[in-house]
Design a protein around this ligand. Structure first.
Ligand SMILES: [Zn+2]
Length: 262
Protein backbone atom coordinates (compact mmCIF):
# COMPACT_ATOMS: atom_id res chain seq x y z
CA UNK A 1 0.00 0.00 0.00
CA UNK A 2 2.73 2.45 1.01
CA UNK A 3 4.68 1.60 -2.09
CA UNK A 4 1.63 2.34 -4.25
CA UNK A 5 1.29 5.78 -2.69
CA UNK A 6 5.00 6.51 -2.92
CA UNK A 7 4.93 5.59 -6.57
CA UNK A 8 2.07 8.04 -7.18
CA UNK A 9 4.08 10.78 -5.53
CA UNK A 10 7.03 10.10 -7.78
CA UNK A 11 5.03 9.78 -10.96
CA UNK A 12 4.96 13.40 -12.07
CA UNK A 13 8.74 13.62 -11.55
CA UNK A 14 9.31 10.43 -13.50
CA UNK A 15 7.30 11.77 -16.42
CA UNK A 16 9.33 14.99 -16.55
CA UNK A 17 12.61 13.10 -16.54
CA UNK A 18 11.35 10.85 -19.33
CA UNK A 19 10.37 13.77 -21.54
CA UNK A 20 13.76 15.40 -20.99
CA UNK A 21 15.49 12.19 -22.00
CA UNK A 22 13.43 12.08 -25.18
CA UNK A 23 14.50 15.58 -26.10
CA UNK A 24 18.15 14.65 -25.63
CA UNK A 25 17.86 11.41 -27.59
CA UNK A 26 20.54 11.54 -30.33
CA UNK A 27 18.37 9.29 -32.51
CA UNK A 28 15.44 11.64 -32.44
CA UNK A 29 16.29 13.44 -35.70
CA UNK A 30 17.15 10.17 -37.41
CA UNK A 31 13.84 8.69 -36.31
CA UNK A 32 11.99 11.70 -37.71
CA UNK A 33 13.74 11.29 -41.07
CA UNK A 34 12.78 7.68 -41.40
CA UNK A 35 9.24 8.39 -40.37
CA UNK A 36 8.67 10.82 -43.23
CA UNK A 37 10.73 9.19 -46.02
CA UNK A 38 7.94 7.60 -48.08
CA UNK A 39 4.66 5.82 -47.94
CA UNK A 40 6.48 2.54 -48.47
CA UNK A 41 8.39 2.83 -45.22
CA UNK A 42 8.14 -0.03 -42.83
CA UNK A 43 7.16 0.81 -39.34
CA UNK A 44 9.70 2.47 -37.12
CA UNK A 45 9.84 -0.70 -35.08
CA UNK A 46 11.08 -2.67 -38.12
CA UNK A 47 13.93 -0.25 -38.84
CA UNK A 48 15.09 0.48 -35.36
CA UNK A 49 14.19 -2.47 -33.19
CA UNK A 50 17.17 -1.85 -30.95
CA UNK A 51 16.36 1.76 -30.30
CA UNK A 52 12.62 1.45 -30.13
CA UNK A 53 11.58 1.90 -26.55
CA UNK A 54 7.82 1.67 -26.07
CA UNK A 55 6.25 4.36 -23.95
CA UNK A 56 6.10 3.26 -20.35
CA UNK A 57 2.52 3.01 -19.23
CA UNK A 58 2.06 2.97 -15.49
CA UNK A 59 -1.02 2.98 -13.32
CA UNK A 60 -3.08 4.90 -12.57
CA UNK A 61 -3.85 4.51 -16.27
CA UNK A 62 -5.63 6.92 -18.57
CA UNK A 63 -7.49 3.93 -20.00
CA UNK A 64 -9.79 1.34 -18.43
CA UNK A 65 -8.45 -2.13 -17.60
CA UNK A 66 -10.27 -4.96 -19.38
CA UNK A 67 -11.56 -8.29 -18.17
CA UNK A 68 -8.69 -10.74 -17.91
CA UNK A 69 -6.52 -8.21 -16.09
CA UNK A 70 -5.94 -9.89 -12.70
CA UNK A 71 -6.36 -6.58 -10.89
CA UNK A 72 -10.08 -6.71 -11.62
CA UNK A 73 -10.32 -9.89 -9.54
CA UNK A 74 -8.49 -8.65 -6.45
CA UNK A 75 -10.17 -7.38 -3.33
CA UNK A 76 -9.05 -3.75 -3.22
CA UNK A 77 -7.23 -2.46 -0.14
CA UNK A 78 -8.56 0.31 2.08
CA UNK A 79 -6.96 3.73 1.79
CA UNK A 80 -5.17 4.35 5.13
CA UNK A 81 -6.60 6.91 7.56
CA UNK A 82 -5.56 10.43 6.71
CA UNK A 83 -4.51 9.60 3.14
CA UNK A 84 -7.76 10.51 1.36
CA UNK A 85 -6.67 14.13 0.85
CA UNK A 86 -3.03 13.36 0.00
CA UNK A 87 -1.42 14.48 -3.28
CA UNK A 88 -1.13 10.84 -4.35
CA UNK A 89 -4.86 10.33 -3.97
CA UNK A 90 -5.59 13.62 -5.75
CA UNK A 91 -3.58 12.31 -8.69
CA UNK A 92 -5.59 9.07 -8.61
CA UNK A 93 -8.93 10.95 -8.51
CA UNK A 94 -7.89 13.07 -11.46
CA UNK A 95 -6.91 10.05 -13.52
CA UNK A 96 -10.13 8.21 -12.63
CA UNK A 97 -12.33 11.19 -13.48
CA UNK A 98 -10.47 11.77 -16.74
CA UNK A 99 -10.80 8.10 -17.76
CA UNK A 100 -14.47 7.99 -16.76
CA UNK A 101 -15.25 11.05 -18.86
CA UNK A 102 -13.01 10.07 -21.77
CA UNK A 103 -14.71 6.69 -22.10
CA UNK A 104 -18.17 8.12 -21.42
CA UNK A 105 -18.78 6.01 -18.33
CA UNK A 106 -21.01 6.84 -15.38
CA UNK A 107 -18.79 5.29 -12.74
CA UNK A 108 -15.33 3.88 -12.23
CA UNK A 109 -13.49 2.00 -9.49
CA UNK A 110 -9.75 2.42 -8.85
CA UNK A 111 -8.87 -1.14 -10.01
CA UNK A 112 -10.21 -0.11 -13.42
CA UNK A 113 -7.28 2.29 -13.75
CA UNK A 114 -4.89 -0.30 -12.37
CA UNK A 115 -4.84 0.71 -8.70
CA UNK A 116 -6.09 -1.84 -6.13
CA UNK A 117 -7.50 0.70 -3.67
CA UNK A 118 -11.04 1.22 -2.38
CA UNK A 119 -11.99 4.34 -4.32
CA UNK A 120 -14.93 4.94 -6.63
CA UNK A 121 -16.10 7.88 -8.69
CA UNK A 122 -19.60 8.30 -10.09
CA UNK A 123 -21.21 10.83 -12.37
CA UNK A 124 -24.42 10.76 -14.35
CA UNK A 125 -24.27 13.95 -16.42
CA UNK A 126 -26.89 15.51 -18.64
CA UNK A 127 -24.96 14.52 -21.76
CA UNK A 128 -25.43 10.85 -20.88
CA UNK A 129 -29.05 11.32 -19.83
CA UNK A 130 -29.81 12.80 -23.26
CA UNK A 131 -28.76 9.55 -24.93
CA UNK A 132 -31.71 7.71 -23.37
CA UNK A 133 -35.33 7.82 -24.50
CA UNK A 134 -37.73 9.48 -22.01
CA UNK A 135 -39.55 6.20 -21.31
CA UNK A 136 -36.27 4.46 -20.42
CA UNK A 137 -35.28 7.33 -18.14
CA UNK A 138 -38.61 6.94 -16.37
CA UNK A 139 -38.65 3.13 -16.18
CA UNK A 140 -35.10 2.90 -14.91
CA UNK A 141 -35.50 5.87 -12.56
CA UNK A 142 -32.49 7.74 -13.94
CA UNK A 143 -31.48 10.95 -12.22
CA UNK A 144 -28.58 13.29 -12.67
CA UNK A 145 -25.58 12.65 -10.43
CA UNK A 146 -23.89 14.47 -8.72
CA UNK A 147 -26.85 15.47 -6.68
CA UNK A 148 -26.32 18.60 -4.62
CA UNK A 149 -23.33 17.17 -2.78
CA UNK A 150 -19.93 18.80 -3.18
CA UNK A 151 -18.82 22.24 -4.27
CA UNK A 152 -18.36 23.48 -7.81
CA UNK A 153 -14.68 23.78 -8.60
CA UNK A 154 -14.21 22.67 -12.16
CA UNK A 155 -15.64 25.96 -13.51
CA UNK A 156 -18.02 24.38 -15.97
CA UNK A 157 -18.62 20.92 -14.58
CA UNK A 158 -19.55 20.09 -11.03
CA UNK A 159 -17.32 17.46 -9.40
CA UNK A 160 -18.40 13.87 -9.67
CA UNK A 161 -19.00 11.85 -6.57
CA UNK A 162 -15.68 10.70 -5.16
CA UNK A 163 -15.87 8.11 -2.41
CA UNK A 164 -12.87 6.73 -0.57
CA UNK A 165 -13.35 3.49 1.39
CA UNK A 166 -17.07 3.41 0.53
CA UNK A 167 -19.39 1.27 2.60
CA UNK A 168 -22.71 0.47 0.98
CA UNK A 169 -25.92 -0.09 2.90
CA UNK A 170 -29.13 -1.15 1.19
CA UNK A 171 -32.05 1.15 2.03
CA UNK A 172 -34.61 -0.27 -0.41
CA UNK A 173 -34.53 -4.03 -0.90
CA UNK A 174 -36.79 -3.94 -3.97
CA UNK A 175 -34.81 -5.53 -6.78
CA UNK A 176 -35.01 -4.08 -10.27
CA UNK A 177 -33.63 -5.88 -13.31
CA UNK A 178 -32.23 -3.85 -16.20
CA UNK A 179 -29.41 -4.20 -18.72
CA UNK A 180 -26.07 -2.80 -17.65
CA UNK A 181 -22.56 -2.74 -19.05
CA UNK A 182 -19.07 -2.08 -17.80
CA UNK A 183 -16.10 -0.10 -19.05
CA UNK A 184 -13.99 -3.19 -18.37
CA UNK A 185 -16.09 -5.32 -20.74
CA UNK A 186 -16.45 -2.99 -23.65
CA UNK A 187 -19.37 -3.75 -25.95
CA UNK A 188 -21.23 -6.23 -23.74
CA UNK A 189 -24.40 -5.80 -21.70
CA UNK A 190 -26.54 -8.14 -19.61
CA UNK A 191 -29.53 -7.95 -17.30
CA UNK A 192 -28.60 -7.51 -13.65
CA UNK A 193 -30.93 -7.32 -10.66
CA UNK A 194 -29.93 -4.53 -8.26
CA UNK A 195 -31.44 -3.00 -5.14
CA UNK A 196 -33.54 0.11 -5.71
CA UNK A 197 -32.01 2.24 -2.96
CA UNK A 198 -28.65 2.44 -1.17
CA UNK A 199 -26.71 4.66 1.15
CA UNK A 200 -22.96 4.96 0.61
CA UNK A 201 -20.71 6.26 3.35
CA UNK A 202 -17.04 7.06 2.86
CA UNK A 203 -14.61 9.96 2.61
CA UNK A 204 -14.60 12.70 0.00
CA UNK A 205 -11.61 14.18 -1.82
CA UNK A 206 -10.91 16.44 1.17
CA UNK A 207 -10.82 13.56 3.61
CA UNK A 208 -14.19 14.53 5.07
CA UNK A 209 -16.70 11.84 5.87
CA UNK A 210 -19.74 11.90 3.62
CA UNK A 211 -22.87 9.91 3.01
CA UNK A 212 -24.68 9.76 -0.30
CA UNK A 213 -28.21 8.43 -0.58
CA UNK A 214 -29.04 7.08 -4.00
CA UNK A 215 -31.99 5.48 -5.68
CA UNK A 216 -32.85 3.96 -9.04
CA UNK A 217 -30.10 4.03 -11.65
CA UNK A 218 -27.64 5.87 -9.40
CA UNK A 219 -28.10 3.19 -6.73
CA UNK A 220 -27.29 0.66 -9.45
CA UNK A 221 -24.10 2.54 -10.36
CA UNK A 222 -22.99 2.54 -6.72
CA UNK A 223 -23.62 -1.22 -6.38
CA UNK A 224 -21.76 -1.91 -9.63
CA UNK A 225 -18.73 0.17 -8.59
CA UNK A 226 -18.50 -1.14 -5.03
CA UNK A 227 -18.70 -4.67 -6.48
CA UNK A 228 -15.50 -3.88 -8.39
CA UNK A 229 -13.74 -3.28 -5.07
CA UNK A 230 -14.52 -6.89 -4.14
CA UNK A 231 -13.19 -8.20 -7.46
CA UNK A 232 -16.73 -8.74 -8.71
CA UNK A 233 -17.75 -7.88 -12.27
CA UNK A 234 -21.35 -7.57 -13.47
CA UNK A 235 -21.07 -10.86 -15.38
CA UNK A 236 -20.76 -12.62 -12.00
CA UNK A 237 -24.21 -11.42 -10.96
CA UNK A 238 -25.98 -11.15 -14.33
CA UNK A 239 -28.78 -13.23 -15.79
CA UNK A 240 -26.40 -15.29 -17.95
CA UNK A 241 -28.83 -15.85 -20.81
CA UNK A 242 -29.11 -12.13 -21.43
CA UNK A 243 -25.43 -11.45 -22.10
CA UNK A 244 -25.05 -9.83 -25.48
CA UNK A 245 -22.49 -8.14 -27.68
CA UNK A 246 -24.08 -4.84 -28.56
CA UNK A 247 -23.09 -4.94 -32.22
CA UNK A 248 -24.45 -8.44 -32.97
CA UNK A 249 -26.98 -7.09 -35.49
CA UNK A 250 -24.25 -5.21 -37.35
CA UNK A 251 -22.23 -8.41 -37.58
CA UNK A 252 -25.15 -10.11 -39.36
CA UNK A 253 -25.76 -7.10 -41.60
CA UNK A 254 -22.09 -7.01 -42.67
CA UNK A 255 -21.81 -10.79 -42.97
CA UNK A 256 -19.23 -10.93 -40.21
CA UNK A 257 -16.98 -8.27 -41.68
CA UNK A 258 -16.68 -6.33 -38.46
CA UNK A 259 -13.44 -5.66 -36.70
CA UNK A 260 -13.64 -5.16 -32.97
CA UNK A 261 -11.27 -2.44 -31.91
CA UNK A 262 -10.25 -1.58 -28.40
ZN1 LIG B 1 -17.69 -1.88 -14.24
Amino acid sequence: MRSILLRFNRLSGVRNITSQLCLQNPFREKIRGIHTCSGKCKSLRDYLPTFWVPKTVEPPYRHVTQIGDPILRLRAEAVPDGEAASPAMKFLFERMIAAMRAFKLVGLAAPQVGIPLRVIVMEFPEAVMETYAPEIIKTRNMQLLPLTVGKIYHHVQPPPQILVNPVLKVTDFTRKTFPEGCGSMTGFTADVARYAGVEVTGYDENGMQKTVRLEGWNARIAQHETDHLEGTIFIDVMDRKTLQLNCWEMINAREGRVELKG
